[in-house]
Design a protein around this ligand. Structure first.
Ligand code: IVH
Length: 742
């Protein structure tokens, strides 16, 4: 396996990054020391503003390089030494870990060790993104629990830790592992990921600030003055190391874990002892892919030399042991500014607020927008326009805002107000039915936003699959600069388009995400193009079509014979997606029969239910909807499927194509999706390489998606899977949209 497979951005050689790293390592202990003098000794040595300056410098560096932020960074602490918790000195100092950011650095660490002690085995384990605690058991009874603090002194949180079910009050002994006289055990208190979203929603509902991540939630929950409050939170615990110990002498870390387990202390189910660095890389890759499927968040992998005698021989610096290293994953959570919240209109009229962010790299790609779903969601997250927000791509392709960084507020932030009117057509937004959370634009037929989105959808891969008819073409047909009246009033006319109508169309080029006009570098004005026509011939003035435009019309012609399910899907009936469209087409085999069927008959179709049935009836009850069907029929669009000929094999659309499926595909099991690829002549494999023909990215795709992006492999969205099976590989949608050079 090549090490580049699993590396994050390797910044270790970047001088700016190295300067930042050095500075963070100076600042963090300095700030902690000032805090201690202020809170504990009541004898500050710097003014408040000097302290603030240091703190801001650290926040700034950590924002720019989130991988430099330590779990115990002073920026993560809510006034380290509060009066609520008595200080306690740990029996043995709690060391931290040396962070590395690439597998090359892991290899360099291992080389240094091997030079000194060859042939040692490595214990790999996940780095739990929680809050370090130190537990002391005296004769098997939990005597005290403390936070990490500065490694020497922590805070006594015994009463709070006592509420965590995973932490035993008494150890149980076995023949092999009798209870030791004294045990100091270290581990992480964590907040299970599944409970985190729920907690934040409850926080905002109660008028409190949401937590930026599960680690902060764990810290906030553990540091409650009232242990009853801690008890309400689903905190858990995993042990990962030993401090002082009397009455037991483990010979390795893995031996110690076996003992901890026997005594009833939870140890991670994921640790593994391996003999070679290559296997360490394998572990890193494996858990890099799985990181969001574990019960707790992890921010990296810890690699330790297993034998304790060798650990002692290798020793430690003042802060970190030489026998262990922490490989940190590239950050998936970064802070950035929320510039504004805009509202987009979808093809069914739904008004969706989305965040416009200061562009930032998250987990390997640039993020500028994040969906906010609806106005309630904006409220629930507690974000204000102008906030610094935490953005993440938690295994999903779609970035999301986790929470605002409340501490960074300046007072200039403003609350988002959902617009009353549709930003595209000005109609008053309203819920489609009483009690609906979503607001919709009621101007379904003529709203240019809705029509543009419907057109882009119906020409897309899961519907008529019209190559060369991309987003720019659809916008041009609906919202041209010239002529004054759009060529299409609704999608009914899409199969009647003629070149004469297309040639005069001029359109302002817009960013598909923001809708902002692009500026022509030469003129400084809005960039205007004729998307379907070439520049007039210099001599004759003749206006000829672009090649794309000719191909688009040919493809529209061909699209008329697409199978019925694609026609049904293309109608943009609420709740009807490719899976239910296929179920309807297979059952009725004729669009008129679908339109004329009773609601109960539709609801009885396998794969369809009462909600879809009602939506189908509602759709066909609208006059202009039925007119669309009639215009398509008149243009020659296929309205019925022939009865299937059982002797006919499926078209081998994927012959010789290697396909990797990552994430869940709606309507398919993992095996079912692989079988469908096979039935079309393709090969379903599990690892992405340059030879992979396509990666199908379903819900919650893994790192294979990022790999595909990196290697430029074609990506098929999960919802387009059915269309992909039918049509096979074709040029990408983005190429569709390009206006070819003159
Ligand atoms: S071992 C002397 N193992 O990460 C080495 N630490 O950034 C002690 N952490 O202070 C740490 N998961 O609180 C170790 N599996 C793991 C860990 C882990 C999380 C925390 C720990 C440590 C911090 C360093």
């Amino acid at each position: 396996m090549s090490t580049t497979d699993i590396e994050g951005p390797d910044r270790s050689g970047d001088p700016e990054f190295e300067r930042a790293r050095t500075r963070v390592e100076e600042l963090a202990p300095e700030i902690t020391a000032h805090r201690r003098r202020y809170y504990e000794d009541d004898a500050p040595t710097v003014s408040d503003s000097q302290f603030d300056e240091l703190m801001h410098e650290l926040i700034d560096l950590e924002t720019r390089y989130p991988e430099l932020k330590k779990n115990d960074s002073p920026t993560e602490q809510v006034g380290t030494f509060s009066e609520a918790f008595a200080p306690v000195t740990h029996l043995e100092k709690l060391l931290s870990l040396q962070d590395v950011f690439s597998t090359d650095e892991v290899a360099a660490w291992a080389d240094r060790i091997t030079a000194e002690v060859p042939g040692e085995r490595y214990l790999c384990e996940v780095k739990i993104d929680g809050l370090a605690v130190d537990l002391v058991y005296e004769r098997g009874r939990l005597a005290r629990a403390a936070t990490r603090g500065d490694g020497v002194t922590g805070e006594d949180v015994s009463a709070n830790v006592a509420t965590i079910a995973a932490v035993p009050q008494r150890l149980t002994g076995t023949d092999e592992f009798p209870v030791p006289a004294l045990l100091e055990v270290r581990g992480e208190v964590y907040f299970p990921t599944a409970d985190f979203t729920r907690l934040n929603e409850a926080q905002v509902e109660a008028g409190k600030a949401p937590f930026a991540n599960p680690r902060n939630a764990a810290a906030g929950s553990l540091r409650q003055k009232d242990p009853a409050k801690t008890a309400e939170r689903p905190l858990s615990f995993i042990a990962h190391g030993l401090g002082a110990l009397e009455g037991f002498e483990p010979d390795s870390q893995s031996h110690a874990y076996a003992a901890l387990d026997a005594w009833g202390l939870p140890v991670s189910p994921y640790w593994r002892v391996v003999p070679t660095v290559d296997e360490v890389f394998g572990y890193i890759e494996e858990f890099g892919e799985q990181r969001h499927r574990l019960v707790h968040e992890i921010d990296g992998i810890v690699v330790k030399i297993d034998r304790l005698g060798v650990q002692r021989r290798l020793g430690a610096t003042s802060r970190t042991p030489r026998w262990a290293v922490a490989y940190k994953f590239p950050p998936e959570e970064v802070n950035t500014r929320l510039r504004s919240i805009e509202v987009s209109i979808g093809r069914t009229g739904r008004a969706t607020p989305y965040a416009v962010l200061d562009p930032v790299r998250v987990a390997g790609s640039e993020v500028e927008f994040a969906t906010l779903h609806n106005a309630d969601q904006v409220k629930a997250k507690g974000v204000l326009v102008g906030d610094i927000v935490v953005v993440r791509k938690a295994g999903d392709v779609i970035p999301e805002i986790v929470a605002p960084v409340v501490a960074a507020r300046t007072g200039d932030e403003t609350e988002f107000v959902m617009p009353e009117r549709c930003p595209e057509c000005g109609h008053v937004l309203a819920p489609a039915a009483e009690g609906d959370i979503d607001l919709r634009c009621p101007n379904a037929r003529a709203c240019p936003g809705q029509l543009r989105e419907r057109l882009a959808f119906l020409t897309g891969r899961s519907c008529f699959d019209v190559d060369r008819m991309g987003y720019i073409a659809c916008s041009a047909l609906v919202q041209p600069l010239e002529p004054a009246a759009p060529v299409l009033a609704d999608e009914g006319g899409v199969f009647d388009l003629r070149m004469e109508e297309l040639l005069p169309i001029r359109v302002v080029v817009r960013d598909p995400d923001t809708g902002a006009a692009k500026i022509d570098a030469k003129t400084g004005e809005d960039k205007v193009v004729t998307p379907f026509a070439r520049q007039p011939d210099k001599k004759t003035g003749e206006i000829l079509p672009r090649k794309n435009a000719e191909e688009m019309l040919q493809n529209l012609e061909r699209a008329k014979s697409q199978p019925l399910w694609r026609v049904v899907n293309a109608l943009s009936i609420r709740h009807v997606g490719p899976v239910s469209a296929q179920a309807l087409a297979e059952h009725f085999r004729d669009l008129d029969r679908i339109a004329g069927a009773d609601e109960s008959e539709i609801a009885a179709v396998d794969g369809v239910g009462p909600i879809i049935a009602a939506a189908v009836k509602d759709w066909f009850a609208v006059d202009w909807h039925r007119e669309i069907v009639e215009r398509w029929r008149a243009a020659g669009v296929r309205m019925r499927d022939e009865d299937p000929d059982p002797s006919e094999a499926l078209p081998q659309t994927l012959e010789g194509v290697t396909v990797v499926i990552t994430g869940g595909i709606p309507g398919y099991t993992r095996e079912g999706a692989a079988a469908a690829v096979k039935a079309r002549g393709g090969k379903a494999t599990s690892s992405v390489s340059k030879k992979t023909g396509a990666v199908v990215a379903g819900e919650k795709p893994g790192s294979k998606y990022d790999k595909a992006v990196e290697l430029g492999v074609t990506i098929v969205q999960g919802e387009d899977f059915a269309g992909f099976l039918e049509s096979g590989l074709r040029e990408s949608e983005t190429e569709n949209d390009e206006i070819e050079p003159e």
